[in-house]
Design a protein around this ligand. Structure first.
Ligand code: NAD
Length: 315
Protein backbone atom coordinates (compact mmCIF):
# COMPACT_ATOMS: atom_id res chain seq x y z
CA UNK A 1 0.00 0.00 0.00
CA UNK A 2 0.94 3.64 -0.39
CA UNK A 3 0.21 5.44 2.87
CA UNK A 4 0.19 9.12 3.80
CA UNK A 5 1.59 9.66 7.30
CA UNK A 6 1.08 13.16 8.69
CA UNK A 7 3.30 14.33 11.55
CA UNK A 8 5.93 11.93 10.22
CA UNK A 9 8.82 13.84 11.83
CA UNK A 10 7.23 13.67 15.28
CA UNK A 11 7.55 11.21 18.13
CA UNK A 12 4.85 8.66 17.25
CA UNK A 13 4.65 9.52 13.52
CA UNK A 14 8.31 8.74 12.83
CA UNK A 15 7.87 5.30 14.43
CA UNK A 16 4.71 4.65 12.43
CA UNK A 17 6.46 5.58 9.16
CA UNK A 18 9.34 3.27 10.03
CA UNK A 19 7.02 0.35 10.86
CA UNK A 20 5.05 0.76 7.63
CA UNK A 21 8.25 0.77 5.56
CA UNK A 22 9.50 -2.29 7.46
CA UNK A 23 6.40 -4.25 6.47
CA UNK A 24 6.82 -3.29 2.81
CA UNK A 25 4.45 -0.33 2.34
CA UNK A 26 5.40 2.93 0.62
CA UNK A 27 5.06 6.09 2.68
CA UNK A 28 4.58 9.75 1.93
CA UNK A 29 5.53 11.55 5.13
CA UNK A 30 4.32 15.10 5.75
CA UNK A 31 5.40 17.48 8.48
CA UNK A 32 5.81 21.24 8.85
CA UNK A 33 8.31 21.11 11.76
CA UNK A 34 6.07 23.08 14.09
CA UNK A 35 8.38 24.88 16.51
CA UNK A 36 6.82 23.43 19.71
CA UNK A 37 10.17 21.66 20.09
CA UNK A 38 13.40 21.90 18.07
CA UNK A 39 13.49 20.97 14.41
CA UNK A 40 16.85 19.26 14.98
CA UNK A 41 15.19 16.63 17.18
CA UNK A 42 12.60 15.95 14.47
CA UNK A 43 15.30 15.74 11.78
CA UNK A 44 17.00 13.09 13.94
CA UNK A 45 13.66 11.20 14.16
CA UNK A 46 13.54 11.17 10.36
CA UNK A 47 17.09 9.86 9.93
CA UNK A 48 15.76 6.31 10.22
CA UNK A 49 13.48 6.62 7.17
CA UNK A 50 15.01 9.30 4.95
CA UNK A 51 17.28 6.87 3.11
CA UNK A 52 14.52 4.37 2.32
CA UNK A 53 13.62 4.38 -1.41
CA UNK A 54 9.94 3.78 -0.55
CA UNK A 55 9.81 6.93 1.63
CA UNK A 56 9.09 10.39 0.28
CA UNK A 57 9.15 13.37 2.62
CA UNK A 58 7.16 16.52 1.96
CA UNK A 59 7.64 19.56 4.16
CA UNK A 60 4.20 21.16 4.20
CA UNK A 61 1.68 22.68 6.57
CA UNK A 62 -1.70 20.93 6.47
CA UNK A 63 -3.36 24.26 7.27
CA UNK A 64 -2.59 25.81 3.89
CA UNK A 65 -0.88 23.26 1.60
CA UNK A 66 -2.58 21.91 -1.50
CA UNK A 67 -3.46 18.48 -0.08
CA UNK A 68 -5.03 16.78 -3.11
CA UNK A 69 -1.67 15.85 -4.77
CA UNK A 70 -0.45 14.38 -1.46
CA UNK A 71 -3.56 12.35 -0.72
CA UNK A 72 -4.58 11.26 -4.23
CA UNK A 73 -1.88 8.59 -4.79
CA UNK A 74 -2.45 7.11 -1.31
CA UNK A 75 -4.60 4.11 -0.36
CA UNK A 76 -4.84 5.19 3.28
CA UNK A 77 -4.04 8.06 5.64
CA UNK A 78 -2.54 7.86 9.14
CA UNK A 79 -3.14 11.30 10.62
CA UNK A 80 -0.80 12.04 13.51
CA UNK A 81 0.04 15.68 12.87
CA UNK A 82 -1.17 17.94 15.67
CA UNK A 83 -0.11 20.59 18.10
CA UNK A 84 0.38 18.36 21.14
CA UNK A 85 0.61 19.34 24.81
CA UNK A 86 -2.08 20.08 27.35
CA UNK A 87 -0.45 22.89 29.32
CA UNK A 88 0.43 25.10 26.34
CA UNK A 89 -3.14 25.00 25.04
CA UNK A 90 -4.44 27.79 27.29
CA UNK A 91 -4.35 31.46 26.31
CA UNK A 92 -3.33 32.98 22.99
CA UNK A 93 -1.69 29.81 21.73
CA UNK A 94 -5.05 28.06 21.43
CA UNK A 95 -5.08 29.49 17.91
CA UNK A 96 -2.30 27.04 17.00
CA UNK A 97 -4.41 24.16 18.36
CA UNK A 98 -7.43 25.28 16.35
CA UNK A 99 -5.30 25.45 13.19
CA UNK A 100 -3.26 22.27 13.51
CA UNK A 101 -5.80 20.04 15.27
CA UNK A 102 -9.16 21.12 13.90
CA UNK A 103 -8.70 23.02 10.63
CA UNK A 104 -5.86 20.77 9.42
CA UNK A 105 -7.92 17.64 10.19
CA UNK A 106 -10.95 19.00 8.33
CA UNK A 107 -8.82 19.91 5.28
CA UNK A 108 -7.21 16.47 5.23
CA UNK A 109 -10.57 14.69 5.58
CA UNK A 110 -11.95 16.78 2.74
CA UNK A 111 -9.01 15.92 0.46
CA UNK A 112 -9.06 12.22 1.38
CA UNK A 113 -12.80 11.69 1.02
CA UNK A 114 -12.81 11.54 -2.80
CA UNK A 115 -12.83 7.74 -2.64
CA UNK A 116 -12.91 4.79 -0.26
CA UNK A 117 -9.84 4.98 1.97
CA UNK A 118 -8.91 4.10 5.51
CA UNK A 119 -8.20 7.14 7.67
CA UNK A 120 -6.68 6.49 11.11
CA UNK A 121 -6.94 9.51 13.40
CA UNK A 122 -4.75 9.99 16.47
CA UNK A 123 -7.05 10.97 19.28
CA UNK A 124 -6.28 11.18 22.96
CA UNK A 125 -7.38 10.08 26.42
CA UNK A 126 -7.57 13.81 27.16
CA UNK A 127 -11.01 13.89 25.49
CA UNK A 128 -12.38 12.18 28.65
CA UNK A 129 -11.21 14.82 31.13
CA UNK A 130 -11.58 13.64 34.73
CA UNK A 131 -13.69 10.60 33.85
CA UNK A 132 -16.00 9.52 36.68
CA UNK A 133 -15.50 5.80 35.91
CA UNK A 134 -12.26 3.83 35.78
CA UNK A 135 -11.44 1.98 33.63
CA UNK A 136 -13.08 4.34 31.17
CA UNK A 137 -15.04 2.86 28.29
CA UNK A 138 -15.24 4.50 24.87
CA UNK A 139 -18.95 5.29 25.32
CA UNK A 140 -18.24 7.48 28.39
CA UNK A 141 -19.38 11.07 27.94
CA UNK A 142 -16.32 13.03 26.75
CA UNK A 143 -15.75 16.08 28.95
CA UNK A 144 -12.24 17.43 28.24
CA UNK A 145 -10.74 19.71 30.90
CA UNK A 146 -8.13 21.33 28.63
CA UNK A 147 -8.40 23.29 25.37
CA UNK A 148 -6.10 20.63 23.85
CA UNK A 149 -8.64 17.92 24.74
CA UNK A 150 -11.41 19.99 23.16
CA UNK A 151 -9.40 20.31 19.93
CA UNK A 152 -8.70 16.56 19.77
CA UNK A 153 -12.37 15.79 20.39
CA UNK A 154 -13.37 18.17 17.60
CA UNK A 155 -11.06 16.20 15.29
CA UNK A 156 -12.79 12.97 16.29
CA UNK A 157 -16.21 14.43 15.57
CA UNK A 158 -15.01 15.60 12.16
CA UNK A 159 -13.74 12.09 11.39
CA UNK A 160 -17.11 10.60 12.24
CA UNK A 161 -18.93 13.18 10.12
CA UNK A 162 -16.80 12.41 7.07
CA UNK A 163 -17.20 8.68 7.69
CA UNK A 164 -20.99 9.10 7.65
CA UNK A 165 -21.22 11.32 4.61
CA UNK A 166 -18.38 10.23 2.29
CA UNK A 167 -16.69 6.94 1.20
CA UNK A 168 -13.94 7.52 3.81
CA UNK A 169 -13.51 4.83 6.52
CA UNK A 170 -12.27 6.67 9.59
CA UNK A 171 -11.30 5.23 12.93
CA UNK A 172 -9.97 7.10 15.97
CA UNK A 173 -7.32 5.78 18.34
CA UNK A 174 -7.42 7.37 21.80
CA UNK A 175 -3.85 7.03 23.07
CA UNK A 176 -3.16 7.11 26.80
CA UNK A 177 0.17 8.89 27.59
CA UNK A 178 2.62 7.40 25.10
CA UNK A 179 6.29 7.04 26.03
CA UNK A 180 9.47 5.42 24.69
CA UNK A 181 12.36 6.43 22.39
CA UNK A 182 11.88 9.85 20.68
CA UNK A 183 9.33 10.98 23.27
CA UNK A 184 8.65 14.72 23.07
CA UNK A 185 10.87 16.84 25.33
CA UNK A 186 7.88 18.40 27.11
CA UNK A 187 6.58 15.03 28.32
CA UNK A 188 7.16 13.85 31.90
CA UNK A 189 9.29 10.73 31.32
CA UNK A 190 11.57 12.63 28.93
CA UNK A 191 12.01 15.47 31.44
CA UNK A 192 12.53 13.06 34.35
CA UNK A 193 15.08 10.90 32.54
CA UNK A 194 16.96 13.90 31.13
CA UNK A 195 17.28 15.46 34.60
CA UNK A 196 18.41 12.13 36.03
CA UNK A 197 21.06 11.60 33.30
CA UNK A 198 22.34 15.14 33.85
CA UNK A 199 22.38 14.74 37.65
CA UNK A 200 19.77 17.47 38.17
CA UNK A 201 16.71 17.77 40.36
CA UNK A 202 13.57 16.78 38.53
CA UNK A 203 10.33 18.70 38.58
CA UNK A 204 7.07 16.97 39.41
CA UNK A 205 3.67 18.62 39.08
CA UNK A 206 1.18 17.53 41.79
CA UNK A 207 2.02 15.07 44.59
CA UNK A 208 2.90 12.09 42.40
CA UNK A 209 -0.08 9.99 43.43
CA UNK A 210 -1.80 10.83 40.12
CA UNK A 211 -2.04 7.77 37.89
CA UNK A 212 -1.74 7.18 34.16
CA UNK A 213 -2.24 4.24 31.85
CA UNK A 214 1.21 4.70 30.26
CA UNK A 215 1.49 3.20 26.76
CA UNK A 216 4.71 2.17 25.05
CA UNK A 217 5.22 3.74 21.61
CA UNK A 218 5.71 0.35 19.92
CA UNK A 219 2.28 -0.67 21.14
CA UNK A 220 0.73 2.58 19.89
CA UNK A 221 2.37 2.01 16.50
CA UNK A 222 0.94 -1.52 16.29
CA UNK A 223 -2.54 -0.11 16.93
CA UNK A 224 -2.09 2.15 13.88
CA UNK A 225 -1.02 -0.75 11.67
CA UNK A 226 -3.98 -2.85 12.81
CA UNK A 227 -6.32 0.12 12.40
CA UNK A 228 -5.43 0.30 8.70
CA UNK A 229 -7.06 -3.12 8.21
CA UNK A 230 -9.53 -3.63 11.02
CA UNK A 231 -11.94 -1.77 13.24
CA UNK A 232 -15.45 -0.49 12.62
CA UNK A 233 -15.58 2.64 10.47
CA UNK A 234 -16.66 5.58 12.62
CA UNK A 235 -15.50 3.94 15.87
CA UNK A 236 -13.01 5.17 18.50
CA UNK A 237 -10.75 2.80 20.45
CA UNK A 238 -8.86 3.26 23.69
CA UNK A 239 -5.17 2.46 23.28
CA UNK A 240 -3.82 2.13 26.83
CA UNK A 241 -0.83 0.40 28.36
CA UNK A 242 -2.86 -2.13 30.31
CA UNK A 243 -1.82 -1.08 33.79
CA UNK A 244 -2.46 2.02 35.81
CA UNK A 245 0.68 3.32 37.53
CA UNK A 246 1.22 6.31 39.80
CA UNK A 247 3.89 8.86 38.90
CA UNK A 248 5.58 8.09 42.25
CA UNK A 249 5.88 4.44 41.17
CA UNK A 250 7.40 5.60 37.88
CA UNK A 251 9.99 7.62 39.83
CA UNK A 252 10.83 4.45 41.77
CA UNK A 253 11.48 2.56 38.52
CA UNK A 254 13.56 5.47 37.18
CA UNK A 255 15.66 5.32 40.35
CA UNK A 256 16.22 1.59 39.83
CA UNK A 257 17.16 1.69 36.14
CA UNK A 258 19.46 4.71 36.54
CA UNK A 259 21.05 3.38 39.73
CA UNK A 260 20.21 6.32 42.01
CA UNK A 261 17.02 7.71 43.54
CA UNK A 262 15.86 10.92 41.84
CA UNK A 263 15.87 14.23 43.70
CA UNK A 264 12.37 15.59 43.22
CA UNK A 265 11.04 19.15 43.40
CA UNK A 266 7.26 19.10 43.76
CA UNK A 267 5.17 21.86 42.20
CA UNK A 268 1.42 22.50 42.10
CA UNK A 269 -0.90 20.54 39.84
CA UNK A 270 -1.20 22.33 36.49
CA UNK A 271 -4.41 23.58 34.95
CA UNK A 272 -5.79 21.02 32.47
CA UNK A 273 -3.88 18.03 33.90
CA UNK A 274 -6.27 15.18 34.64
CA UNK A 275 -5.90 13.35 37.94
CA UNK A 276 -6.10 9.75 36.69
CA UNK A 277 -6.47 7.82 33.46
CA UNK A 278 -7.26 4.17 32.94
CA UNK A 279 -8.28 2.68 29.60
CA UNK A 280 -10.89 -0.01 29.22
CA UNK A 281 -9.16 -1.89 26.41
CA UNK A 282 -11.73 -4.58 25.56
CA UNK A 283 -12.95 -2.92 22.34
CA UNK A 284 -9.42 -2.63 20.88
CA UNK A 285 -8.78 -6.28 21.79
CA UNK A 286 -12.03 -7.53 20.26
CA UNK A 287 -12.16 -5.40 17.11
CA UNK A 288 -8.53 -4.57 16.31
CA UNK A 289 -6.92 -7.65 17.86
CA UNK A 290 -4.72 -5.20 19.80
CA UNK A 291 -3.24 -5.69 23.24
CA UNK A 292 -0.36 -3.80 24.88
CA UNK A 293 2.80 -5.92 24.99
CA UNK A 294 5.52 -3.79 26.64
CA UNK A 295 5.85 -3.46 30.40
CA UNK A 296 6.74 -0.12 32.01
CA UNK A 297 10.24 -1.07 33.18
CA UNK A 298 11.24 -2.44 29.77
CA UNK A 299 9.81 0.58 27.96
CA UNK A 300 11.44 3.08 30.32
CA UNK A 301 14.79 1.34 29.90
CA UNK A 302 14.45 1.68 26.11
CA UNK A 303 13.66 5.40 26.48
CA UNK A 304 16.63 5.89 28.81
CA UNK A 305 19.02 4.23 26.35
CA UNK A 306 17.70 6.37 23.49
CA UNK A 307 17.89 9.59 25.52
CA UNK A 308 21.50 8.93 26.54
CA UNK A 309 22.42 8.62 22.84
CA UNK A 310 20.27 11.65 21.96
CA UNK A 311 21.99 13.85 24.55
CA UNK A 312 25.39 12.69 23.32
CA UNK A 313 24.42 13.39 19.67
CA UNK A 314 23.09 16.88 20.35
CA UNK A 315 25.86 18.11 22.65
N1 NAD B 1 2.40 11.44 22.83
C1 NAD B 1 1.28 11.16 23.48
O1 NAD B 1 1.29 10.71 24.64
C2 NAD B 1 -0.05 11.35 22.83
C3 NAD B 1 -1.21 11.01 23.56
C4 NAD B 1 -2.46 11.18 22.96
C5 NAD B 1 -2.56 11.62 21.66
N2 NAD B 1 -1.43 11.95 20.97
C6 NAD B 1 -1.58 12.40 19.58
O2 NAD B 1 -0.68 11.66 18.78
C7 NAD B 1 -0.22 12.45 17.69
C8 NAD B 1 1.31 12.49 17.65
O3 NAD B 1 1.78 13.05 18.89
P1 NAD B 1 3.33 13.14 19.22
O4 NAD B 1 3.47 13.00 20.69
O5 NAD B 1 4.09 12.25 18.29
O6 NAD B 1 3.60 14.69 18.88
P2 NAD B 1 4.78 15.39 18.03
O7 NAD B 1 4.64 16.85 18.30
O8 NAD B 1 6.08 14.74 18.31
O9 NAD B 1 4.38 15.07 16.53
C9 NAD B 1 3.40 15.80 15.81
C10 NAD B 1 4.03 16.29 14.52
O10 NAD B 1 3.02 16.92 13.74
C11 NAD B 1 3.62 18.03 13.09
N3 NAD B 1 2.56 19.00 12.77
C12 NAD B 1 1.79 19.69 13.65
N4 NAD B 1 0.94 20.49 13.00
C13 NAD B 1 1.17 20.30 11.67
C14 NAD B 1 0.59 20.86 10.49
N5 NAD B 1 -0.34 21.80 10.57
N6 NAD B 1 1.07 20.45 9.29
C15 NAD B 1 2.05 19.51 9.23
N7 NAD B 1 2.63 18.94 10.31
C16 NAD B 1 2.19 19.34 11.52
C17 NAD B 1 4.62 18.58 14.08
O11 NAD B 1 5.65 19.34 13.47
C18 NAD B 1 5.15 17.31 14.75
O12 NAD B 1 6.36 16.86 14.16
C19 NAD B 1 -0.86 13.83 17.90
O13 NAD B 1 -2.03 13.88 17.11
C20 NAD B 1 -1.21 13.86 19.37
O14 NAD B 1 -2.31 14.72 19.64
C21 NAD B 1 -0.19 11.81 21.53
Amino acid sequence: MEILVTGAAGFIGSHVAEALLARGDSVIGVDCFLDYYPRAAKERNLRHVRENARFRFVEANLVDADLAPLVEPCDAVVHLAAQAGVRASWGQDFRIYVDSNILATQRLLEAASTRRRRFVYSSSSSIYGDAPEMPTVESALPRPISPYGVSKLAGEHLCRLYQQSTPLETISLRYFTVYGPRQRPDMAFHRFLRAQIQGQELTLFDDGSQTRDFTYVGDAVRANLLGLERGTPGAAYNIGGGSRVSVNDVLGVIGEITGRPPRVKRLERQRGDVRDTHAAAEAAAAELGWRPATQLREGLAAELEWLRAEIAASS
